[in-house]
Ligand binder design. Structure first.
Ligand SMILES: [Fe+2]
Length: 482
């Protein structure tokens, strides 16, 4: 009997890779939608222990729908190849260039297009992968060998330059996190290692036209707990074992596994750390470690900022804020309330003013990506009126505290992250469609929903041949750049 909500219901993994052509469409797909909607998420390929499974550790699976000329040409779902999937799929795992212990889990968190490449992304030092047009894994992606210690699931592309900015973390970096800029040639051109208070989980960052925002918040690597409880002499073997626990593939020595913390699920070596000093760092884009201005904030956690911009010398950020995470419940990210807030960070006074934008439990905020780092007029969120992560709620939030436009899909229906697609490259901000997956558990079916981005009214739906498990992040990759 499953006891882990991230293996049940709307989260339950699917067991097969499907390919289906000429999908049924309800309504009319706009002819300006020519490309692929792709979405990544955890989907364990084998049975996992519900007592120890953490949602973040499931094998990555990418679902995709190809749209063109008003037709839905195909649906595919493919695991991201890894050693974990090699034997069961009879496909070789991509070469990890000797980074063996970083090599167990197919990238499971995001999927993006960058300079003509389709990239499956993950964080914490795990390898990212390049996918083909039809979602087959082509190999480990390390930006032409320039990013060897892992990347992030949440880079931001500067709309002015096309460069890819990121802040990545990995317990092997010690008390550093890494800011990097990938040039339009696909290679890292700039790297700054930033000193933080310990070894925090840093799921995302924010970017303005001149500032990098670093969230140094109190979820930290558990290596000290693991080391002090079992093998005290050398950090690296412990770290490797703990990372093996993350990917769930390497048997833990009995003595160690018995002593590792097992707070419902012990498989993720990151947990809420009430003794960690929560801060947000502001670094000039061209600055260095010594230039970071640190501002204390109340204990909380941020997975997903919506967007940030500069305003009168301050950095203003709309973001989804969790009261805590991975504290009492370590099976997944919901462990306390969460909501959208606006933070105004004053680098001179070193203050953070927090305002609640909306009291609904919403997450997965997105904006019109052409305005990343700039003031935004609107953004889109999904949520659950019962306080869970996913539910029947989709909303367009105004950037200036306007009343949200709310769309409810109905009881038993779960809306995943919605991403914005502009009507044309020069369309006004927010003029276009939002696209996402909507699953009705009454008949265990999933549709790709295409909605008017402003009114959230229906434009078209595509019926998919199977239920798509609730997952992480999706994006629209237009044909011209995919
Ligand atoms: Fe995320």
């Amino acid at each position: 009997m499953t006891t882990n909500r991230f293996l049940d219901g709307e989260y339950a993994p699917v067991r097969a890779e499907l390919t289906e052509h000429a999908l049924p469409v309800t309504g009319t797909l706009p002819d300006w939608l020519d490309g692929r909607y792709l979405r990544n998420g955890p989907n364990p390929i084998a049975d996992v222990d519900p007592d120890t499974y953490n949602w973040f550790t499931g094998d990555g699976m990418v679902h995709g729908v190809r749209l063109s000329g008003g037709d839905a040409l195909w649906y595919r779902n493919r695991w991201v190849d890894s050693p974990a999937t090699e034997r069961r799929l009879n496909r070789p795992a991509p070469d990890s260039a000797g980074r063996a212990f970083l090599h167990g889990l197919g990238a499971n968190t995001n999927v993006i297009g960058f300079q003509g490449h389709t990239l499956a992304l993950v964080e914490a030092g795990l390898p990212c992968a390049e996918l083909s047009e039809e979602l087959d894994t082509l190999g480990v992606w390390d930006f032409d060998g320039t990013v060897r210690s892992g990347y992030t699931a949440h880079p931001l592309e500067d709309p002015a330059t096309g460069e890819l900015h990121s802040v990545s973390y990995h317990f092997g970096l010690g008390n550093k996190v890494r800011y990097s800029v990938i040039g339009v040639d696909g290679r890292e051109r700039r790297r700054v290692d930033i000193t933080v208070g310990g070894s925090p989980m840093m799921h995302a960052f924010s970017l303005t036209e001149s500032t990098v925002v670093i969230y140094d918040l109190p979820v930290t690597f558990d290596v000290e707990t693991a080391a002090s409880s079992a093998v005290p002499r050398r950090l690296r073997p412990i770290a490797e074992l703990a990372m093996s626990a993350v990917v769930g593939r390497v048997p833990m020595p009995h003595l160690l596994s018995e002593r590792l913390p097992r707070n419902r699920a012990g498989s993720l070596p990151y947990s809420w750390d009430p003794d960690y000093r929560p801060r947000v760092g502001l670094m000039p884009r061209e600055g260095g470690d010594a230039d970071v201005v640190w501002i204390d904030v109340d204990p909380c956690f941020v997975y997903h900022p919506m967007n940030a911009h500069e305003e009168n010398g301050a950095v203003v950020i709309d973001l989804a804020v969790h009261d805590r995470t991975f504290d009492r419940d370590r099976t997944g990210p919901i462990d306390g309330g969460h909501r959208m807030e606006r933070w105004t960070l004053d680098p001179l006074r070193r203050t953070c003013r927090r305002e609640q934008l909306w009291d609904a439990a919403v997450e997965f905020p997105r904006v019109d990506d052409r305005f990343v780092g700039r003031a935004h007029d609107c953004g889109w969120v999904v949520g659950d009126e019962g306080g869970g992560l996913f539910g029947s709620l989709l909303a367009r939030m105004g950037g200036r505290l306007g009343e949200p436009v709310v769309r409810r899909f109905g009881d038993g229906v779960f809306a995943g992250e919605f991403t914005f697609v502009p009507r044309s490259s020069d369309a006004a901000q927010g003029d276009g469609a939002v696209i996402g997956l909507v699953t009705d558990m009454a008949n265990e079916s999933t549709r790709l929903a295409v909605l008017d981005a402003q009114t959230l009214e229906d434009i078209a739906y595509v019926d998919l041949p199977q239920r798509v498990p609730a997952g992480f992040h999706g994006n629209w990759l237009p044909t011209a750049s995919s």
